[in-house]
Design a protein. Structure first.
Length: 452
């Protein structure tokens, strides 16, 4: 639990910092005054400005920054903000509403500069996603697993409820033939989103069909692993020195077979059992080369034994390597594909084909997936970060009050009519949007907790 909170703070901290840095740099380029650049909300813990240097605690209420920025870290590490002088948002001081805007204020700038500043945060999140995909595509060759055979499917899983059984070999989905793992997941969870699908499989050497419901598949799309691929083994990649695993004699390359005489088939199962067995001795059976070895390990109070572990596929694999330019183009393709998928999902939610609660996640789900991806290594965590950064960009550009897209629409209207809308009207729109957003977030958090 503690690890999930830490990874959540790290993830949100990075994404919010990048987003707000975009607004900040754009505002400075346009010679707008930025009063504060904050990581977190609430009480100022410490910060720096050019007037009184590095200080702890809050600044005096009427402290004059003389046009400089107060860079600060605040008490609640759940986001951040840039306070741009003269920008009409939830932080706008209404006592300045009747005054003519100063030359350095947001309100005084031309429309194109306002639009540049308001979209800069989204552009920075988009840039971060592209850079991560670019780096991963270049550094790590794409692996295409040439199988459509699934692994062990437990009775309690969504895959089982959808109709899949252990070691099914999937032939087609809604008439589309699938030949590898990527095409299988794409056809099952993306191409047919919001639809019941007819799945043809080979089971016990016989072909059979069943219908997987759209409700279960929409939930499955939110899982880190719907069903495990066949021919995988939960394998130790590295063992930390002086860890419980090292003391128990575990080593790189060891494959988990059983924990407390229960068969384990995936990394997710291994991590789940270990993390839920704090201060408990675990009898582990591993495969080391061709030998079966037994060991006893205790995860301690942290629920960790000090290993890096991943599912290692032992079947046929094709590799695709990309040069620097190809990697960049591939990253743009990745972004385009995930963006199209996001809008397709939104459309399915609006039409009622996919349940809202199964399509959106709040802090609890973000913390869960951040922790799970980090446990699998730096590459899975970076890919999760890229996906979340892209999602943040897409959501923020939506034309909804409070969000950047809402500000964009108001600025565009003001540019067309060549005058500023009444500040009271803009504040009313912002406040309305803020209330709706709070209610929406409360509902998302509730569904997050309810589905734990």
């Amino acid at each position: 639990m503690f690890d999930s909170v830490i990874y959540f703070i790290i993830t949100i901290g990075i994404l919010v910092f990048v987003h707000e840095l975009g607004h900040f740099l754009a505002a400075r380029i346009c010679k707008m005054r930025t009063d504060a650049f904050a990581l977190g909300f609430g009480q100022r813990l410490f910060g720096y400005n050019q007037i009184n240097g590095f200080t702890f605690g809050s600044l005096e209420k009427d402290f004059d920054l003389q046009g400089h920025t107060d860079y600060k870290v605040c008490l609640l590490p759940l986001g951040g903000y840039v306070k741009i002088s003269g920008m009409v948002d939830e932080s706008f001081d209404t006592k300045f509403a009747s005054q003519e805007p100063k030359p350095y204020e947001f309100r005084a700038k031309p429309t194109y500069q306002k639009l540049f500043v308001i979209t800069a945060g989204v552009m920075m999140n988009l840039t971060l996603a592209i850079l991560i995909f670019w780096g991963v595509n270049y550094y790590q060759p794409k692996t295409i697993m040439q199988t459509t055979k699934i692994g062990h499917v437990a009775d309690s899983t969504l895959a089982y409820k959808a109709g899949f059984r252990s070691y099914d070999k999937i032939i087609s989905v809604n008439g589309y033939e699938v030949n590898d793992w990527e095409s299988l997941l794409n056809t099952l969870l993306i191409k047919n989103m919001g639809k019941d699908v007819d799945v043809k499989v080979v089971r016990n050497n016989e072909e059979t069909n069943f219908i997987a419901s759209k409700d279960i598949l929409s939930k499955a799309a939110q899982e880190t692993s719907f069903f495990p691929i066949g021919d995988i083994s939960p394998t130790i990649n590295d063992v930390l020195d002086e860890s419980p695993a090292a003391s128990a004699g575990l080593d790189s390359g060891d494959v988990f077979l059983k924990i407390n005489d229960k068969n384990v088939y995936t990394t997710a199962e291994v991590i789940d059992i270990i993390s839920n067995s704090k201060d408990t001795d675990l009898n582990i059976t591993i495969l080391r080369e061709k030998d079966t070895v037994n060991a006893v390990v205790n995860p301690g109070s942290e629920g960790k034994i000090g290993i890096y572990i991943s599912d290692v596929y032992g079947g046929e694999i094709d590799f695709e390597e990309y040069g620097l330019g190809e990697s960049l183009m591939k990253s743009v393709t990745n972004i385009g594909g995930y963006t199209a998928l996001t809008f397709k999902m939104l459309g399915s939610v609006i039409k009622g084909d996919v349940a809202f609660e199964s399509s959106f996640g709040g802090p609890v789900k973000i913390a869960k997936f951040a922790s799970q991806s980090a446990d699998q290594g730096i590459i899975p965590f970076l890919l999760f970060l890229a996906m979340l950064s892209l999602s943040l960009a897409i959501i923020n550009i939506m034309p909804f009050p409070v969000l950047d897209g809402g500000h964009f629409v108001i600025i565009l209207i003001e540019g067309i009519i060549r005058r500023e809308l009444p500040i009271k009207l803009k504040l009313a729109i912002q406040n309305f949007g803020f209330v709706i957003l709070l209610m929406l977030m409360a509902y998302i958090i509730y569904t997050d907790i309810a589905t734990l």
